[in-house]
Design a protein around this ligand. Structure first.
Ligand code: C2O
Ligand code: CU
Length: 503
């Protein structure tokens, strides 16, 4: 179904500012209009909203959240019950993870700590109902989303995601746009059926006879782009500077953002908060789960419109409309003088490089296939259920070398820690496929300027070794690391890791 672009105004999510220190977040089913010309779409969300409300706290303010499941018994999307022995689990189960949060393992939303409606049934790792978030960490744009074992892709696609902002002193010191001039943008892609319902494939087209149906696919991209829950919206702005916190909350899709005018955006932050220096960029690539914090200056566009574009590169075809994201209409009168600035220096980021390294782990991203001949992707050739192999000591610093021997990029995410990217080194993938040897085809390349801050999710491109460095603290226990393409994470590109207490 073709839909007219830029006719719905960009919604801004409701902001929940720390009310006391206890919050209830209800997961519910409801209908919401995604576009003027669509019937309301059946969705899942938090507190009756899609995307969920933005949770906002200050650095160091502890927050307790009871994530409540009030969803129906049947999923609104096709559930593949052939993976992860989930056939006997309740079909609808949830567990919320605050992505980027520094919290104890029992509050992290472990995939097997799921629970069904009203906590009637719970997963093997379920411990308690109310999660605590100390927020004792650097101010940053985080987000919350569902993380239930084997169905994360479906729960998030159904709508279970929202933003979580930790504010800090440093950003207040910088004279950057704030309040109504600071706007969150959550990017998602979806395909919508003619009746307004969400489309998610039940399996591959022309499935082989033996295939379980529904059957998980290794990737899914929708043909419409949503920002804050509207398809191709517009935003009226004043001719001045704005700050946008942008999150890619899509299952599989990567975006390369640019302004139609070719003008630069000024990136001031990444996953783990402010960068050290502002990065001037004409295009910015975002893998699933990555966040960027940018300033856009609309001063010279008074009376004009400007499209935020998504560079589709070589896959660009005339039918593909996903090259557009949203439109800025610079038509509001300037309310007052814009005295904000685009600072050069933003914050200090101590390098982890000089710390003693306790371990270097070589971890391959590999493709495999299951008993039905379906593709599945693995971390270091291991399944979710295999014994834990990554066991850093509490407080130790390690280098993880992510060796991608598959044919495409995987966004790799570690829970609990913010890491730094050391470098990427290309190698000969053909040679590897022949005899398993790694032969470099170039020297190590430093991370891109906007990857030089704190990161929790990073692109690990095909035929490259991406090296990360992280200090595993402040909590011991079991966390997970995974590819953030949700179709990969669910099958089977996710592994637990254990931070060991020192004795
Ligand atoms: Cu965004 Cu393991 O999650
Ligand atoms: Cu992946």
């Amino acid at each position: 179904m073709k839909l007219k672009k830029f006719i719905d105004e960009l919604p801004i999510m409701q902001t929940i500012k720390k009310q006391g220190s206890y919050l209830e977040m209800r997961m519910e089913e409801f209908r919401q209009k995604l576009h003027r010309d669509l019937k309301p779409t059946r969705l899942w969300g938090y507190n009756n909203q899609f995307p969920g409300p933005t949770i906002e706290v200050n650095e160091g303010e502890e927050l307790h959240i009871k994530w409540e499941n009030h969803l129906p018994d049947n999923h609104l999307l096709p559930v593949d019950k052939s993976i992860h022995h989930i056939a006997n689990h309740p079909e609808v189960r949830t567990v919320t993870h605050v992505h980027g949060s520094v919290t104890k393992p029992e509050n992290d939303g472990y995939p097997e700590a799921w629970f069904s409606r009203n906590f009637k049934e719970v997963g093997p790792e379920f411990l308690h109902q109310v999660y605590s978030y100390p927020n004792k960490q650097r101010a940053a744009t985080l987000w919350y989303h569902d993380h239930a074992m084997g169905i994360t892709r479906l729960n998030v696609y159904a709508g279970l995601a929202g933003m979580y902002i930790i504010r800090g002193k440093q950003e207040k010191r910088l004279n950057i746009p704030k309040d109504e001039y600071e706007i969150p943008l959550i990017l998602m892609d979806k395909t919508i059926n003619n009746d307004g319902s969400l489309f998610y494939p039940v399996g591959p087209e022309n499935p082989p006879a033996n295939l379980p149906i529904p059957s998980i696919l290794p990737a899914f991209t929708g043909d419409k782009i949503l920002v804050n829950g509207k398809i191709w919206p517009y935003l009226n702005v004043e001719p001045r500077k704005y700050r946008f916190r942008i999150l890619n909350a899509s299952n599989t899709r990567t975006y390369t953002l640019s302004l139609e005018s070719g003008d630069p955006m000024y990136q001031i932050g990444s996953d783990g908060g402010l960068l050290s220096k502002t990065v001037v960029a004409r295009s910015i690539t975002m893998e699933p789960a990555e966040r960027i914090d940018v300033i856009i200056d609309f001063r010279k566009y008074q009376g004009k419109s400007l499209i935020l574009r998504n560079d589709l590169g070589s896959i660009n075809t005339p039918e593909d409309e996903t090259g557009d994201i949203m439109q800025f209409n610079v038509r509001l009168p300037l309310k007052g003088k814009d005295s904000t600035i685009i600072p050069k220096h933003l914050s200090s980021i101590p390098s982890l490089k000089d710390k003693p390294i306790s371990a270097i782990r070589n971890l391959k991203l590999v493709g495999a296939s299951d008993d039905f001949g379906r593709p599945l992707l693995l971390l270091d050739n291991k399944y979710w259920d295999d014994p834990i192999s990554e066991t850093p000591k509490l407080g130790s610093t390690e280098i993880w070398s992510i060796i991608n021997v598959t044919g495409f990029t995987h966004p790799i995410h570690l829970h609990l820690v913010q890491f730094q990217v050391l470098d990427r080194t290309p190698f000969n993938l053909e040679k590897f496929n022949q005899d398993g040897s790694i032969v470099y085809t170039g020297s190590a390349v430093k991370p891109k300027p906007n990857e030089r801050g704190w990161k929790d999710t990073i692109a690990a491109p095909s035929a490259q070794i991406t090296r990360l460095i992280a200090t595993f603290s402040p909590y011991a226990g079991k966390f997970v690391w995974h590819c953030h393409i949700l179709e990969h994470e669910d099958y089977d590109m996710m592994r637990p890791f254990l931070i060991q207490k020192r004795d």
